[in-house]
Design a protein around this ligand. Structure first.
Ligand code: HEM
Length: 408
């Protein structure tokens, strides 16, 4: 398709160049200053980076639609979307989202909390005993373990699913950058089809409930595996990036770690503040379905809009002059857009928060001090903002170690 002519403020920046991926925030700031929306020549898409405009795009699905999928690339869009992510619109989106949501609402998450906390304590105890560890390895092991447990998958499937989930999401990045992994990405459904069956479904588990939904006709049996894939794709790397972001900010702020430890600061606030500042998903794509005005710029039907939670989280118009500062005690700290907004907003928000709280609380229980132990390395993913390696040092609380040893 020939490029659509755009009239409005424009920029030649490449959002996926290595230096921008390393630190996108100065670029976002320049784009926010340039206009409410800015045409990106390199990507042939509008960029919405202010909180108000990102919210407007995400909450007007009839005008800014994601029914065609959310990939930022033709390679991602080639992939049958239902093999990896929930359908994005219409009745089918609702019927697929609904069984997902039922497993992720506050009651369902509450029922999982005790077991998750005990797993978090076990792992925090092990890793604190080492005194130095890689937060990425720690969090990945925890999240992958939770996912295979919730889905009744064999533990050995965890690493393969995590790798495949990252590849699926990387396919949504622009073609010219780091997308090399179509085979790995399509492995997701292959892995699941191999290990998931009615026979493996434990009574009351997510898998069991999905098969029951198929029995009642609510869902087609052939939707079970795609739905499982959707859980994994949507929920694994996002959560890993979110929790490691929280650990990174906490390790740089000893005062806040002490407060969490003393139960004077809710770990949920730490998590939200971290993903406000470093949204795991930096950009969400929508397609303009009919001409629309944002400010005095006219967006034409057929054009693409990239709404950026990564940018909106640091918009001083919304967050004030300390927008770029980690302040978990902010009163309105959960009002960020890192989980999206509107009909496609994150279905797993409460589960992700519960995972984060469990892990942060457990570390603060066994450690008296958390620090960065070496140079962290950023992931060069065009789809996620996360860490490839995040070395941490934790000082064990010997008294609590002894106390736990005497109870197990
Ligand atoms: C820190 C962790 C997480 C972050 C930052 C995050 C972020 C997001 C965002 C930004 C969206 C909206 C996408 C859009 O509007 O195009 C989304 C959707 C979604 N998320 Fe999450 N997510 C996280 C964890 C999870 C978890 C743990 C699960 C489930 C196990 C999950 C399941 C989903 C699903 C199913 C959708 C699609 C909703 C729909 O289209 O109706 N997410 N997530």
């Amino acid at each position: 398709m020939p490029p659509l002519i755009a009239a409005g403020p424009a920029s030649g920046v490449d959002l996926f160049a290595d230096p921008v991926l390393e630190d996108p925030y100065p670029v976002y700031e320049a784009l926010r200053t340039t206009g409410r929306v800015v045409w990106l020549d390199q990507h042939q898409a509008w960029f919405a980076g202010r909180h108000e405009e990102v919210s407007a795009v995400l909450t007007r699905p009839k005008t800014f639609s994601c029914e065609h999928g959310v990939a930022l690339t033709s390679a991602g869009s080639r992939q049958p979307p239902e093999s990896t992510v929930p359908p994005r619109g219409g009745q089918r989106h609702l019927s697929m989202r609904s069984p997902l949501s039922r497993h992720l609402n506050s009651g369902a998450v509450k029922a999982l909390t005790a077991e998750t906390r005990s797993q978090a304590e076990l792992m925090a105890h092990q890793y604190t005993a080492r005194e130095e560890f890689d937060a990425v390895e720690f969090v990945t092991r925890f999240v992958a373990g939770r996912v295979v447990r919730l889905m009744d998958l064999p533990e050995t499937a965890g690493p393969e699913l995590v790798a495949s989930a990252l590849a699926v999401v990387d396919m949504s990045a622009p073609d010219h950058t780091r997308y090399h992994s179509e085979t790995l990405a399509t492995a997701m459904t292959a892995v699941l089809s191999r290990v998931v069956s009615r026979k493996t479904a434990r009574r009351g588990s997510w898998l069991d409930r999905l098969y029951k939904a198929a029995d009642t006709g609510y869902l087609s049996e052939c939707d079970v595996v795609p739905l499982m894939a959707a859980y994994v794709t949507s929920g694994v790397d996002t959560t890993i990036c979110g929790i490691t972001a929280a650990l990174h900010h906490l390790a740089r702020s000893p005062m806040y770690f002490r407060r969490v430890r003393a139960e004077r600061l809710d770990p949920a606030a730490v998590f939200h503040e971290a993903i406000r500042l470093d949204a795991p998903v930096q950009v969400l794509e929508r397609r303009v379905t009919r001409d629309a005005l944002i400010g005095d710029t006219r967006l034409r039907a057929g054009q693409r809009v990239w709404a950026s939670p990564g940018s909106s989280g640091r918009d001083p118009r919304r967050w004030g002059s300390h927008a770029a500062v980690f302040r978990p005690e902010r009163a309105d700290g959960t009002q960020h857009l890192a989980f999206g907004l509107g009909p496609h907003s994150c279905a797993g928000r409460q589960l992700a928060q519960m995972y984060a709280v469990s892990l942060l609380q457990a570390l603060a229980r066994f450690g008296t001090r958390l620090e960065i132990a070496g140079d962290p390395v950023r992931t060069r993913s065009s789809a996620f903002r996360g860490w490839k390696a995040l070395p941490l040092r934790i000082t064990p609380d010997r008294r609590r170690f002894r106390a736990r040893a005497s109870t197990v």
